[in-house]
Design a protein around this ligand. Structure first.
Ligand SMILES: [Zn+2]
Length: 403
């Protein structure tokens, strides 16, 4: 099996003095970024010259010779910062070319500066995993050895590292290449994404199953709501308000973690039983439009779909789909993307192939050919049949009889 690259995020637990050193380093990278941006702006204003990342890397060498603070900075990580600026400009020019009017890359304040990166393990950073591949330590040059918490599911070779500072916490995102170790099965499935049911699965044997929406777990919803009400009652800019806000954030984080775990478990289970997954690609626009549609044409559970839930509905399927895709790659499961614009899974009958436009409120698929399924089941089945036909695989069981 091909090695795959995977990102694993660890949380850093620096000592007091390490934290100070981390903040200093963040400040150096922020100043480097802004100085390089200034240089690009000036070069453009004075000479109408566009500086390249290469030009700036050369200047960086001079800067390091002149300034001992920069000399102490890991050279590769300074290059990564210049490269980030280069990417910001590349995106800017790309959008200009497309006729858009993007904002010119901006100076970043310290508060909004997120972190820095390293290119090679052993050059500026060294990660040592703990027992059983859980937690471990991260050594950063100029800072020291920091305990970290997190877990890589499969051990592998550490490649790159990105340090991020978010809401007062420090994280390291490591890229690890590993040999995939994941089993698969023999079923083939088609997937459809919905609002009412998060994911509907059509199986090769003609049966259907579904993955429920990962909304809230246990008493989390009530806990969050009471924390939010508590926050709303606090006076603006008061100490208690800050405290209440922290509490809301902590509950939201915990809920998000639960949801993430849930999606991991479900996607692992799906991949373990199949050797082919057929799904249409999701666009955020589609999902939000669909969510809005259900609110506008009210039915059951409408209140549940408003507000926070709407956001979850829009993001969870993406996360789930991404997990399915990389887990499929790890297990050697075929992952087929169905071109939904061409195939039109929700408008096509999976029995006879006839197409008819359905309103979003139409939850049943009832075709003149006699096929009656739920809208989602039919769409999942269309995806499955399309993928099977494309891969030259014969449908089996009930699927074959009615196809
Ligand atoms: Zn039909």
């Amino acid at each position: 099996m091909e090695p795959v690259a995977r990102k694993v995020v660890y949380r850093l637990y620096p000592s007091h003095s390490q934290e100070t050193a981390l903040l200093d380093m963040l400040g150096l990278h922020q100043r480097l970024y802004n100085a390089a941006l200034e240089q690009r702006k000036t070069a453009w204003r004075l000479q109408h010259k566009s500086l390249s990342a290469y030009d700036q890397m050369r200047d960086l060498t001079d800067l390091r010779a002149d300034d001992e603070r920069y000399a102490a900075l890991n050279a590769q990580s300074a290059q990564v910062t210049l490269h980030r600026l280069h990417l910001a400009f590349a995106a800017f020019f790309r959008r200009c070319k497309k006729g858009e009017t993007p904002g010119f890359p901006r100076f970043r304040s310290f508060d909004r500066y997120s972190g820095w990166g390293y290119k090679h393990h052993g050059d500026g950073f060294r990660f040592v995993p703990g027992n059983g591949n859980r937690h471990g330590t991260l050594r950063l040059s100029g800072i020291g050895t920091i305990p970290v918490r997190g877990r890589a599911r499969t051990p592998g070779e550490v490649k790159t590292c990105e340090i991020a500072h978010k809401a007062g916490r420090w994280y390291a995102s490591l890229t690890i290449t590993c040999e995939p170790q994941r089993g698969s099965g023999t079923d083939a499935i088609g997937l459809d994404w919905g609002i009412e049911t998060f994911a509907t699965l059509a199986h090769e044997d003609g049966t259907y199953s579904s993955v429920e929406n990962p909304r809230f777990f246990g008493g989390m919803k009530a806990t969050l709501e009471s924390a939010q009400q508590n926050l709303a009652r606090k006076a603006k800019r008061s100490k208690n308000r800050a405290k209440a806000r922290k509490r809301v954030a902590a509950i939201q984080r915990k809920t998000a973690n639960c949801r993430h775990d849930f999606l991991h478990q479900k996607s692992a289970k799906v991949v373990a039983s199949v050797d082919l997954i057929a799904t249409e690609l999701l666009s955020i626009k589609n999902m939000t439009r669909a969510a809005k549609g259900t609110i506008e044409s009210p039915g059951r559970n409408v209140a549940q779909k408003a507000g926070l839930n709407r956001e979850i509905l829009a993001t969870a399927p993406r996360a789930f789909l991404a997990m399915l895709e990389y887990k499929a790659a790890e297990a050697g499961v075929e992952f087929v993307e169905v071109p939904s614009r061409k195939v039109k899974p929700s408008q096509t009958c999976s029995g006879c192939g006839k197409q008819r436009k359905k309103a979003l409120s139409e939850r049943q698929h009832a075709c003149a050919c006699g096929l009656v399924l739920s809208r989602d089941q039919n769409a999942a089945r269309v995806n499955l049949l399309w993928a099977l036909a494309r891969t030259g695989r014969e449908p089996t069981g009930c699927l074959a009889q009615s196809a």
